[in-house]
Ligand binder design. Structure first.
Ligand code: PLP
Length: 400
């Protein structure tokens, strides 16, 4: 019999991690490689947050905590939802886990039975479909086309819902496109969901604070309070506070769901790190001004990357509302040939050929469920981005 479980056999290894590994391999061979694959801010965790963690260690907060978060962190999360999203959650409606990833997985594991369907709008964050599969459910992919800003249209949602639909996953701003839903767009989706009371909504708001221009950020439970009783609002400190390594994510939702999620955590991870939780309290309750300062830097990088990519032959790059990704189309390059004789027949070939020719690591759109595109993470310095985009321009110009 096979070592691998039947559940794991349904899952693909993470494509973003594969690109990172290939780039690292080329670097070891002495190649000059620019990695634009990683999904984390290049900024450091703010000093006051680090100090709060050190103080927690000194106070002896180094033991098990409540399984789904300390009372202090749950209170800070509840205050955040009230302050920033106009959402009221009691502390017994809050779940804290080891990253946003674990929060989402706990929710899926807690609720999916074999055959249950989860609607996942593409382009999607790579982990959603595979986490659904691991939890025994069936991902149902629907497409948000570039012409619609990579967003799910209400009619497409309506057509995808069946009696077996358990969840719709929303992610705004999105990884990998940076697209964010307006209040009106969320209301239009809510209108569809009202006709299907069996469908729950998981909204992944991880990039909430990375929003540019005068975009007015909204989350669905705020826009459609009548869906509050079947919405899980997921967020975390990883992206907004440059805390990817600390592993703290959180969610607010109806108590019966939160109780089930606690049951999962209680038999798997137990609590997330007590020290990281103390740091997250400071992140949420402490000064917030640096978020806007860093946001301004990200916005400049976005504008630089979008502009330079649109000057590359055969590439078309939409302007995203948020996050730190762009998702350009390579439709105009399909069928062309590299100097080495490789025909660009897909975004997979494009990403490999670009890495081989110019040492720029990007992630192919096929990993996110919509081709022919690729994803660039612009969470790196302007100098590096400028160099990378120049190389991409040179690569595109070299294709025949
Ligand atoms: N959700 C989205 C859309 C993400 O891009 C990520 C990280 O890449 C996560 C969730 C996971 O965040 P965390 O590092 O807190 O687990």
């Amino acid at each position: 019999s096979s070592l691998q479980s039947s559940a794991l056999a349904r899952v693909k290894p993470s494509a973003t991690l594969a690109v990172t590994a290939r780039a690292r391999e080329l670097k070891r061979e002495g190649r000059d490689v620019i990695g634009l694959g990683a999904g984390e801010p290049d900024f450091d965790t703010p000093e006051n947050i680090k100090e709060a963690a050190i103080a927690a260690i000194r106070r002896g907060e180094t033991k098990y905590t409540d399984v789904d978060g300390t009372p202090e962190l749950k209170a800070a999360v509840a205050a955040k939802f009230a302050r920033e999203n106009g959402l009221t959650y009691e502390t017994n409606q809050i779940h804290v886990a080891t990253g946003g990833k674990a929060v989402i997985y706990n929710a899926l594991l807690a609720t999916l039975s074999p055959g249950d369907e989860v609607i996942v709008p593409a382009p999607y964050w790579v982990s959603y479909p595979d986490m659904v599969l691991l939890a025994g459910g069936e991902p149902v992919t629907v497409i948000g086309h570039e012409a619609d800003g990579f967003k799910l249209k209400p009619a497409v949602l309506e057509a995808a819902i069946t009696p077996k639909t358990k969840w719709l996953i929303l992610n705004s701003p999105s990884n990998p496109t940076g697209a964010a839903y307006t209040g009106e767009e969320l209301e239009a989706l809510a209108e569809v969901l009202r006709r299907h009371p069996q469908v729950w909504v998981m909204t992944d708001d991880m990039y909430e604070h990375l929003i540019y221009g005068d975009f007015d950020y909204r989350t669905i439970a705020q826009v459609a309070p009548d869906l509050y009783d079947r919405t899980l609002t997921v967020n975390g400190v990883s992206k907004a506070y440059a805390m990817t390594g600390w592993r703290i994510g959180y969610a607010g939702g109806p108590k019966p769901l939160i109780d089930l999620m606690r049951k999962v955590a209680g038999q798997t991870t137990s609590n997330p790190s007590s020290i990281s939780q103390a740091a997250a309290v400071e992140a949420l309750n402490g000064p917030q001004a640096f978020i806007a300062e860093r946001g301004a830097a990200f916005e400049k990088r976005r504008d630089l990357v979008v502009s330079m990519l649109n000057q590359a032959t055969g590439i078309r790059c939409a302007v995203p509302e948020g996050a730190f990704y762009v998702y350009p189309s390579i439709e105009g390059l399909i069928g062309k040939t590299t100097e080495g004789g490789v025909v660009i027949d897909s975004d997979d070939t494009f990403a490999t050929a670009l890495l081989d020719a110019e040492g720029v690591a990007v992630v192919q759109g096929s990993a996110f469920g919509l081709s022919p595109y690729f994803r660039i993470s612009y969470a790196t310095s302007e100098a590096v981005l400028e160099a990378a985009c120049s190389r991409i321009q040179r690569f595109c110009a070299s294709l025949k």
